[in-house]
Design a protein around this ligand. Structure first.
Ligand SMILES: C[S@@+](CC[C@H](N)C(=O)[O-])C[C@H]1O[C@@H](n2cnc3c(N)ncnc32)[C@H](O)[C@@H]1O
Length: 294
């Protein structure tokens, strides 16, 4: 395969990408041409908030072609277009054959939560010392166990001495990893909810693959009080959700919040103060876990 690399300003990225598609590119990807430099721009907003910008100032557009001839033809046709005056051809190179499946899989190794509790992709054998294992492959929904916020929630679950017979709510379930982790530690009545239907579907599939029973649904599916409410979202939605999440915690139950940066601890404490006294109970890589007993 051959890779054609171009530089395009923000307002031409879509035009160039569509032209490459029409010229039989097998795939087109767009990267920030200023990544890792002082000019790098963040494009991701928090859920419910608009992104700060629609596109990067300068993008590197990379198109993959089946043959060198197709790649050269596409480059020549693009260079002949008026709009291309503001773009630049960066180069054309052969892409060495790779076993892409194996390469992707090699990037996901088993993740240790505690010495006995592991997240293990299906293409790996669980480590010998693992007593509880969640089998999970990377998919469309967030939550493979590689992010510190997920790991801290799972560590909290694993180090509480069991959740036997407890009712648990995983609010913002993503892949369902926290709900499945709770089930593996004895919880029996589990609701896992998310605003993203793809996450709800993933949670159901992952629960089945782990032999775990839970109810996955949209947020309206959460009902009543729970012994444990877990929510790994982000600071802004967590603040908005404060009354709703606290209303779901049974008296004496636990609230566990993640997706919060160290510097956001005080604003979270203030938002939850009318309902619960949040404390920082774990931290990893600048992220904190905040918990409260109601
Ligand atoms: C960071 S992921 C966490 C996934 C998983 N629980 C974990 O710990 O790895 C956050 C999830 O919350 C969902 N989410 C965001 N805002 C939400 C809201 N207001 N109500 C319910 N789910 C929400 C997102 O769709 C996403 O799947």
């Amino acid at each position: 395969m051959f890779e054609l690399r171009l530089l395009a300003p923000e307002d031409l990225v879509e035009t160039v990408s569509e032209a490459l598609d029409a010229l039989d590119a097998l795939s087109v990807s767009v990267e920030d041409a200023d990544a890792q430099t002082d000019a790098e721009q963040a494009l991701f907003g928090e859920p419910g908030m608009p992104p700060p910008k629609d596109g990067w100032q300068r993008s590197r557009v990379i198109a993959l072609f089946a043959t060198e001839a197709l790649a050269r033809e596409a480059a020549a046709l693009l260079e002949a277009q008026d709009f291309f005056a503001e773009c630049r051809l960066l180069g054309l190179a052969e892409v060495p054959e790779q076993d892409w499946v194996r390469l992707t899989q090699s990037q996901f190794a088993p993740v240790e939560i505690t010495p006995e509790f592991w997240i293990v992709p299906t293409w790996h054998e669980p480590p010998a010392q693992a007593r509880q294992v969640i089998r999970l492959d990377p998919g469309l929904a967030f939550g493979t166990g590689t992010h510190p916020t997920t790991r801290m929630c799972l560590r909290w679950i694993a180090t509480r001495g069991g959740l036997a017979g407890q009712r648990v709510l995983d609010y913002g379930c993503g892949s369902g990893i926290l709900a499945i982790g709770a089930a593996k530690h004895g919880a029996t009545d589990i609701d896992a909810v998310d605003i993203d239907p793809a996450a709800v579907e993933s949670t159901g599939l992952n629960a089945d693959a782990n032999g775990v029973r839970l109810k996955a649904g949209l947020p309206d599916a959460s009902a009543g009080r729970y012994d444990v409410v877990l929510a790994n979202i982000l600071a802004t939605p967590l603040k908005v959700l404060a009354p709703l999440l606290c209303a779901h915690v049974a008296p004496g139950g636990a609230l566990v919040l993640a997706g919060i940066l160290e510097r956001q601890a005080d604003e979270l404490k203030a938002a939850y103060a009318p309902y619960a006294a949040l404390e920082v109970s774990d931290s990893e890589d600048g992220w904190i876990l905040m918990t409260a007993r109601l």
